[in-house]
Design a protein. Structure first.
Length: 93
């Protein structure tokens, strides 16, 4: 006589598989969210670094420009046309 497993075993097996699949899905979903968050933070850090690099290229030129602009304004105010003309013809670096 062949003995067939009872239906309770099959129900338990299906429940086990469903619970396992749900747990795997939750784990993979959390990992996906964590990975997306890390990529977002890395992209933000990269953009910040690029912006800081570009700012560092601009800022050194500004004090020299401001100084020349102030000297030119003072030369014009004091009526020193020769100095004002020399400053305005100064080559930009």
């Amino acid at each position: 006589m062949i003995h067939h497993p009872s239906p309770v075993i099959w129900v338990n097996l299906v429940q086990y598989l469903v619970i396992t699949l749900v747990c795997v899905a939750i784990f993979l979903g959390r990992e996906w969210i964590r990975t997306e968050r890390q990529q977002s933070l890395l992209k933000e850090a990269q953009l910040t670094s690029e912006l800081n690099f570009l700012r560092s290229q601009i800022h050194p030129a500004l004090p020299g420009f401001n100084t020349l602009n102030n000297l030119f304004s003072m030369a014009q105010r004091d009526g020193n046309e020769e100095l004002g003309s020399g400053i305005s013809n100064f080559p930009a670096s």
